[in-house]
Design a protein around this ligand. Structure first.
Ligand SMILES: Nc1nc2c(ncn2[C@@H]2O[C@H](COP(=O)(O)O[C@H]3[C@@H](O)[C@H](n4cnc5c(=O)[nH]c(N)nc54)O[C@@H]3COP(=O)(O)O)[C@@H](O)[C@H]2O)c(=O)[nH]1
Length: 763
């Protein structure tokens, strides 16, 4: 049995010779005075060693040597059972050569296992006078011969519980039997070894406990039955900041944080009394006053009779874990960019506000806020600037509402606001207008002012709905409507929006079939050169020729087609059809006609525009210089580098480029130059009122000037009156398009128009 050395102290008792094994022992009094004296010397020597605090192996080796001195011509040995309790190994045999030890190791106790094997097997002393002949030495005969071990006397060693753990033996180089004195030596030897090993085990356990107790990361506290602290470990002192002497004698109440009421402690002590333990989270106070969370386990310690004698508390400081949990909790409920609550927390807060509003009969408004053209800023100025803009907007939104309201970021440039406890809907309108004004205030971006705007959709509880989902859906519809109405506006939800959204779904469903059945037609609207009055081209405009509803204008289905992606197929068809048609109009007696085709942003993102255009030209045989594609500014600014490359390649084929709805977007000179646009189409919203509104006239004038500076032609769309024509001419606009000249018409009607058209004679 492998044993760790014990640490013995001077209080360790030398066993009384009569209490060694419980076997019949030699009476001390039967020994002679000299023998008694020798035994006393032996005990004294061992005691001195113990007093010096020697190790157990050294102690047992010394014992062997001392006993050997008392029996000349002999060697002493201690063998112990291994952990399996099946084999004996030499623990100490200071005078036996190593070869002898290796022959002895692994000895199986049994009738032929020599004196030690038999002592352990039979649990009683074995005195073999002649090892060469005795049957008990049958399995060890060779050893006896090799080392001239003529006789061998062995005494079993017992544990405190009475189990045999090994043997103490004296092997003699002469055939002989032990005298009483020798038997006494054996008894004392076996007894000392037994007790020393036992002590060693206890000491080891104690040392282990001490190690755990003092080396532990967890705080330990031991109290008596009255909860007076008896002992605390190092971790306790480290966590709580007390020295042991500051808490010993006190009760754990010294550590109380005041965070728990009486019932908490009563429940805790009830559990300890009934179940013997309590485990849970508790807030305690450090010496410096700081309150911190602990994971505490308190157990009662009972004696052999089951009576509680002590309480042990073990705890760990869980502040860090709690902080990490709080951090995770925060991150999972907040947007990292703006620090605003995210969708999950927003929903929770709104639902609480709704429950409160139901009780107090008040109103709650849900606002969906979306920045106008944010993507343009993000793509053109870079994401770092985009992030700064979002953080600024978040701060402004928070400043527009009360602390009890919630502003949240849903991702991208979308924000949600919950306004709680509102007296009426008018207040919402006022707050929404304030938000529009605040967001529209120029931002200082590293010295350059930057203007943003936003659109807001509003749904109000209980008028528009009673749940988060319904209010969100309705506020989103209202937002959609605000965007469609030209942005920088706030719209309250109306039932009309609901039916519009149902209409949207219906269109999305039918559009798919329309694409399969090819239910589209192109109408063409003439474009006139203002100077000469000549018809120079046509804009191809798609219509849905619905089997039951008749011609449906693009305003009703283009955005749905874009959202569903169907625009890619529809746009490809329009391109092919317009090219074919333009070729069919070509006749020697007619001037060459340009055909302009609208191309949506989605076609650039999802389709292969370059290939589609090349194919349409190849299939129709149209001179590429007679094809113009109309793009809005926003298409060009999305993924600018890619678009620059693509437009460059298309222009190399000869295709021309018109910027549609010019004036409503970014209107930047820089990108017009980079993209080498050919024509600017002045948005009809400016043309419509230019005759009456000097601001619109000024914008039209500025666009025409800008075009001239950059060597671009300008075309005004939506021209309906002669007055507008005159004004545009005076501003030196190049071309015009509008109902004043002709509405968009089917291809055959356009063909007839071509034949009958005569430029108006200018006065
Ligand atoms: N991606 C594609 N978009 C397309 C395609 N065809 C059309 N469209 C887009 O739909 C928008 C609306 O088109 P439509 O209803 O045909 O309106 C055009 C004209 O009918 C209208 N117009 C022309 N003159 C006047 C006028 O004097 N008064 C007045 N009130 N309206 C007039 O303007 C529209 C032409 O606009 P524009 O394209 O900006 O030149 C249309 O704007 C396209 O965006 C398609 O095939 N693909």
């Amino acid at each position: 049995m492998k044993e760790s050395p014990p640490v013995m102290n001077s209080s360790t008792e030398i066993p009384s010779p009569s209490c060694s094994t419980g076997l019949t022992t030699v009476e001390y009094s039967t020994l002679s005075a000299t023998e008694q004296e020798k035994i006393l010397h032996l005990q004294q020597a061992i005691l001195e060693s113990i007093a010096r605090g020697g190790e157990i192996t050294a102690l047992i080796n010394q014992l062997c040597k001392l006993v050997e001195q008392l029996l000349p011509n002999s060697v002493a040995s201690v063998m112990l059972l291994d952990e399996s309790r099946e084999l004996l190994n030499v623990y100490a045999a200071p005078s036996v050569p190593p070869e002898g030890i290796s022959q002895l190791n692994g000895l199986r106790p049994g009738p032929g296992g020599g004196s030690c094997g038999n002592a352990v097997f039979r649990k009683e002393p074995q005195f073999v006078e002649n090892t060469f002949t005795d049957p008990r030495w049958q399995n060890l005969r060779q050893l006896a011969y090799d080392f001239n071990l003529c006789a061998c006397w062995s005494m079993p060693i017992f544990s405190a519980q009475g189990a045999v753990i090994g043997s103490f033996a004296l092997s003699s180089f002469e055939h002989r039997l032990p005298s009483d004195f020798h038997r006494k030596l054996l008894e004392i030897g076996a007894s000392i070894v037994g007790i020393a090993l036992e002590r060693s085990k206890t000491q080891e356990s104690l040392r282990l406990f001490e190690k755990v107790y003092d080396g532990s990361e967890e705080g330990f506290m031991i109290t008596d039955l009255n909860q007076r602290i008896l002992s605390v470990n190092r971790a306790f002192c480290k966590v709580l900041g007390y020295e042991p002497e500051e808490v010993i004698g006190e009760t754990p109440r010294k550590l109380a944080s005041g965070h728990h009421d009486k019932s908490f402690y009563s429940a805790m002590w009830e559990s300890i009394e009934v179940f013997g333990h309590w485990r849970g989270e508790i807030w305690n106070r450090r010496k410096n006053g700081e309150v911190f969370p602990e994971w505490l386990s308190v157990s009662s310690v009972k004696d052999a009779t089951g009576k509680t004698t002590h309480y042990v508390g073990i705890f760990s400081d869980i502040s860090e874990r709690k902080n990490a949990e709080a951090q995770i909790q925060y991150l999972s409920s907040h947007d990292p960019l703006t620090d605003l609550p995210n969708r999950i927390l927003f929903k929770d807060r709104l639902e609480n506000a709704l429950a409160h509003a139901e009780r107090t009969q008040s109103r709650v408004a849900l606002l969906t806020v979306d920045l106008d053209n944010f993507k343009l800023f993000n793509d053109s100025l870079g994401h770092a600037v985009g992030d700064t803009l979002l953080r600024n907007v978040a701060a402004r939104l928070k400043n527009c509402v009360r602390a009890t309201d919630t502003v949240s970021r849903q991702g991208g440039d979308e924000f949600l606001i919950a306004l709680a406890e509102l007296p009426d809907s008018d207040t919402v309108g006022t707050i929404a207008q304030h938000i529009l004004d605040q967001v529209a205030k120029p931002l200082d971006m590293e010295g350059s002012p930057l203007s943003l705007s936003c659109s807001i959709g509003i749904a109000v509880y209980p008028d528009d709905g009673e749940s988060y989902d319904i209010l969100l859906k309705k506020a989103s519809l209202a937002l959609y409507s605000a965007k469609a109405a030209g942005r920088n506006a706030c719209h309250f939800f109306t039932e009309q929006m609901n039916s519009d959204s149902l209409e949207h779904l219906r269109i999305a469903h039918n559009l798919r079939h329309a694409v399969q059945r090819n239910e589209f037609v192109l109408h063409y609207q003439p474009q006139i050169d203002l100077d000469s009055g000549q018809l120079i081209g046509a804009e191809a405009l798609i219509r849905w020729n619905h089997p039951t509803e008749g011609l449906i204008p693009p305003a009703r289905f283009i955005s749905v087609a874009e959202q569903t992606g169907l625009i890619v197929q529809m746009g490809e068809w329009a391109l092919n059809e317009a090219c074919k048609q333009a070729v069919s109009w070509q006749r020697s007696d007619r001037p060459a006609l340009m055909v302009a085709v609208n191309v949506s942003a989605v076609q650039f993102r999802r389709g292969n525009m370059e290939q589609s255009i090349r194919k349409a030209i190849a299939a129709s045989g149209l001179d590429p210089t007679l094809l113009e594609i109309e793009l809005t500014e926003s298409v060009l600014l999305h993924d600018m580098e890619y678009m620059l490359g693509l437009i460059k390649r298309l222009k190399e084929i000869g295709i021309t480029l018109a910027i549609d709805d010019f004036g409503t977007g970014y209107s930047s000179l820089a990108y017009l130059k980079r993209f080498k646009a050919d024509r600017l189409k002045i948005d009809q919203s400016f043309v419509r009122d230019m005759a009456d509104d000097p601001d619109d006239a000024a914008i039209v004038h500025a666009i025409i000037q800008m075009g001239r500076t950059l060597n671009l032609r300008t075309i005004a769309e939506g021209v309906e009156t002669a007055k507008q024509v005159d004004l545009l001419r005076s501003l030196e606009c190049n071309e015009v398009q509008g109902y004043h000249f002709a509405r968009p018409m089917p291809a055959d009607a356009f063909s007839r128009f071509l034949d009958t058209y005569r430029p108006a004679v200018r006065e």
